[in-house]
Structures are given as structure tokens and as C-alpha cells.
Design a protein around this ligand. Structure first.
Ligand SMILES: CC(C)(COP(=O)(O)OP(=O)(O)OC[C@H]1O[C@@H](n2cnc3c(N)ncnc32)[C@H](O)[C@@H]1OP(=O)(O)O)[C@@H](O)C(=O)NCCC(=O)NCCS
Length: 141
């Protein structure tokens, strides 16, 4: 899906096509995750989104209220990173809407892979995600 869609919650539109600025994303992260505000800067955000395959975003009019980055081949797998919803807009289906917007871009059978933080585990379970016990990560030094 690459056009706006307002069917999930009146007033909220979902898209993978809308252009946004790094400043808007920094602002969303500050509204979503106050502890992130100290580590995000516009140059990093610019790079993080410039190199992602998809940016799924949710909008209340002109206000960016949710976003996720995805790295995908559209066919076999997609890695989801940093899904965030404005704290004032949570529990209204926006996180689910963002994930559905991503899934709509992928071929049936493609796997969506992600790391959860502790607070978001229940959210992913409610969406039908299953834990993957053999996940690994390596932080570049
Ligand atoms: C996790 C997050 C994206 C969820 O967004 P959201 O818009 O509130 O989620 P939704 O309203 O679409 O919720 C979908 C389902 O998950 C449930 N859910 C959402 N957050 C939950 C939570 N913290 N605990 C338990 N259930 C939760 C909802 O009740 C809903 O269930 P239902 O449809 O069966 O009623 C949001 O809380 C957030 O931005 N958190 C801060 C950033 C973060 O931690 N991101 C995850 C990084 S791994």
C-alpha cells in the first residue's frame, strides 16, 4: 500500500509514501519515547530513513503520530525497526495500523522479524507475533 488510508480509525491516515522531515521524526520520537530525545539527532535520523526500504507513517492531519522503519526484499523477509506511536495516541489501533500497512507491501508468506523491548512484548503478541528463540545480534564496535 502506498497511498493514504483512513479506514482503521477515523482521522488517522497510514502511508508508506508520504514525505516527512527528520525534524518531524525527531519530534515524534520525543513525544513517543522521552528517553530517546537525548540520543536522536536529525543527521542520524536522516540516514536511518534514507537507507531503509520503507517508512510506514501514521498521521492525524499534519501531525506525525506514528512511524516504523522496515528493511525488506518484499518477498521473503522484512526487518522492522523502531515502531513508535505518540504517547497521546496510544491504544487506539495506530501501532496495529502501521504493522498492517507494512504487511500490505509484502508478498504473502514473507516473514516480519523484529526485536521487542520489554514494554512492547504484549503489543506484538496481540498482533499475532511469535517469539523467535534463536535470534542473535552483534553490535559493531
Ligand atoms: C508499542 C506501541 C508502538 C504500541 O502502539 P499502539 O498504537 O498503542 O498499539 P495499538 O493500539 O495498535 O495496540 C494493538 C494491540 O496491542 C495492545 N497493546 C498495545 N500496547 C500494549 C501494552 N503496552 N501492553 C499490553 N497490550 C498492549 C492493544 O491493547 C491492542 O490490543 P487489541 O487490539 O487486542 O485490543 C506504543 O506503545 C509505543 O510507541 N511504545 C513506545 C515505543 C516502543 O516501545 N516501541 C516498541 C519498540 S520494540
Amino acid at each position: 500500500m502506498n497511498s493514504t488510508d483512513t479506514t482503521r480509525l477515523p482521522g488517522i491516515s497510514y502511508t508508506t509514501a508520504r514525505v516527512f522531515t527528520a525534524a518531524q521524526m525527531v519530534d515524534l520520537y520525543a513525544r513517543s519515547h522521552p528517553s530517546r530525545a537525548t540520543r536522536d539527532n536529525e543527521a542520524d535520523i536522516e540516514s536511518m530513513f534514507a537507507h531503509a526500504t520503507l517508512a510506514a507513517t501514521a498521521w492525524a492531519g499534519e501531525l506525525l503520530v506514528g512511524a516504523a522503519r522496515v528493511f525488506t526484499d518484499f518477498t521473503s523477509m522484512a526487518y522492522l525497526s523502531d515502531i513508535d506511536v505518540d504517547a497521546n495516541f496510544r491504544r487506539r489501533g495506530i501501532g496495529r495500523g502501521i504493522i498492517q500497512t507494512v504487511l500490505a507491501e509484502l508478498k504473502p508468506g514473507a516473514k516480519l522479524l523484529l526485536f521487542s523491548n520489554e514494554e512492547a512484548e504484549e503489543f506484538y503478541k496481540r498482533l499475532g507475533c511469535e517469539p523467535c528463540p534463536r535470534g542473535f545480534r552483534l553490535v559493531n564496535k
